[in-house]
Design a protein around this ligand. Structure first.
Ligand SMILES: *Cc1c(COP(=O)(O)O)cnc(C)c1O
Length: 494
């Protein structure tokens, strides 16, 4: 499999080069030049396999330079019992007769980012060897919460890597901050930035494009790379769990072999739902995608009107990992819909210049044939958490609740009762305050005490990695202004 940029298909990249590089030099996203279709019997063959074996089988289509043995070792390490608290890794839970939930939060940081960030370090370090890179890679991350912790856990003590995470001092939940500043590992660094997520993100982008810093780092034997969701090494492991979930549903008789399903995904950067789209291209019978957003509903409008317009108010919501106005991975869908890099380049230039672009009629038709967009505000999010708990004794987090609300709206509007798989992206215990509030608790406890309170109220155990935070020592207390982030990097990489 070769890879191209979504803005230039004249240059071909190998898989390992694609993973090392992250982004194309022209600013486009490195993407497979076609999506391979699985053989007819693959979905049945996969049903008898473990999650790890399914991962090897599916990823192999895209990673020719990697042997089955290599991929098997990575899958065993990434999805082993010391990392995931269930042998199913990404279990499918039947919520009612035609609604299933794909639980993507059984990994070490209790959010779906683990599904990819446990695999990426293996793919990346092997790719460094395959591309004969001799310098040490330094992963820089700006995070609004889940990605930072996921990347720290994925890269901790991985040979030939360093990882440095910047988070906004007042922009993450207490549990999320504790998760990061207590991070263990010899190659990790964590630094708070005074300001909001945008300040941290803008600062990190400036570090990436600072030529003096780059030169100084090279003299110390380092180079920068990124672990954010535009890296193909993050999208690929996400395709696996959608195919795996369909296999589970067929194996358990929830659907007949070959029967179509809908998939509903709470969406921010469009990475997770894009992986579901690729699963369909590979042969999973998916009829429709429900794209669920919070009050930052730029994608809902895009799907309904064909016009993407980021010129709007930004809202801080109780589903913060979806508080986003520019969904970077959408560019890969645009490439798939148009098949035309020049057209994608035009859209992106327009987005850059004016903050907006508008699809051509034909492309809009293709989009709407497959995607439906819905959104809900925080009140509706909490109402949904309460409803799903009351009706099904099933506890969901605010991001997942946005998905359930979208599904409810879709079914009311269309009457379509096709079996639907909802992606559940975080453990409810990561967002105790909002979940307790949804369940009617007036004065939720602070910080880690809320874990016990939620556990007591619902009879559910808090996930071990969160409960264990109480006993962890704080390792990182550094706070920096956004102008001084380069100093924080240099003092870490001595
Ligand atoms: C990152 C994240 C999302 C959004 O996923 P995208 O791939 O950016 O669309 C949704 N929910 C949670 C809990 C997340 O951490």
């Amino acid at each position: 499999m070769q890879y191209i940029s979504t803005r230039n298909d004249a240059v071909r990249y190998s898989a390992s080069r694609t993973i090392v590089q992250g982004l194309a030099p022209d600013g486009g996203l490195l993407t497979p030049c076609y999506i391979p279709r699985m053989t007819r019997n693959a979905l049945q063959d996969l049903q008898g396999m473990s999650y790890q074996s399914r991962a090897v089988y599916i990823m192999k289509y895209f990673l020719e330079e990697f042997s089955v043995k290599e991929l098997g070792d990575y899958a065993a390490a990434a999805y082993g019992p010391d990392r995931f608290d269930t042998p199913a890794v990404a279990p499918v839970r039947l919520v009612d007769g035609n609604t299933c939930c794909l639980e993507l939060w059984h990994g070490p940081t209790c959010a779906f980012k683990d599904m990819a960030l446990q695999m990426l370090p293996h793919l990346l370090t092997a790719s460094l060897v395959k591309t004969e890179e001799t310098k040490t890679v330094c992963i820089l991350v700006a995070t609004s919460g889940d990605t930072g912790k996921g990347a720290l856990e994925g890269f901790r003590d991985v040979a030939n890597t360093r990882i440095l995470v910047f988070y906004p001092k007042d922009g993450v939940s207490q549990v999320q901050e504790l998760q990061m500043i207590t991070q263990e590992g010899k190659n990790v660094g964590v630094c708070a930035v005074r300001g909001n997520f945008d300040d941290a993100q803008t600062g990190v982008k400036a570090l990436f494009s600072d030529p003096e810093l780059k030169e100084e780092l090279a003299s110390r034997g380092y180079f920068f790379s990124s672990a954010n969701s535009i890296n193909w090494g993050r999208v690929l492991p996400q395709i696996v769990y959608y195919i795996s979930a369909y296999c589970d549903m067929a194996r358990d008789g929830i659907v007949q072999n070959g029967q179509s399903v809908n998939i509903c995904v709470p969406t921010g950067n469009f990475g997770n739902i894009l992986a579901a789209y690729y699963a369909r291209e590979m042969g999973v019978p998916i009829r429709r995608f429900l794209c669920a957003s919070n009050a930052n509903n730029v994608l809902t409008d895009f799907i309904r009107t064909g016009r993407y317009d980021r010129n709007r108010t930004f809202y801080n919501t109780m589903s913060p990992s979806m508080d986003i106005l520019v969904s970077s991975n959408l560019e890969r869908l645009l490439y798939s819909l148009t098949g035309d890099v020049e057209q994608v380049k035009e859209y992106m230039a327009s987005l850059n210049a004016t903050g907006a672009y508008e699809l051509k009629e034909k492309e809009k038709g293709k989009l709407q044939k497959l995607f439906s967009g819905y959104f809900c505000d925080d009140r509706e999010t909490q109402r949904t958490i309460a409803r799903v708990w009351r009706e099904h004794q099933y506890l969901i987090d605010p991001h997942t609740a946005v998905g359930f609300s979208a599904l409810e709206q879709y079914r009311e509007e269309t009457g379509d009762e096709t079996p639907c798989l909802v992606a559940s992206t975080a453990s409810p215990f990561k967002f105790c305050g909002s979940v307790l509030g949804a369940l009617g608790v007036r004065n939720p406890s602070d910080g880690l005490d809320a874990l016990g309170q939620l556990s007591q109220l619902t009879g559910l155990p808090a996930p071990a990695p969160l409960a264990g935070l109480r006993d962890k020592a704080i390792r990182f207390r550094q706070v920096t202004d956004k102008e001084n982030m380069a100093d924080a990097v240099l003092s870490t990489l001595v």
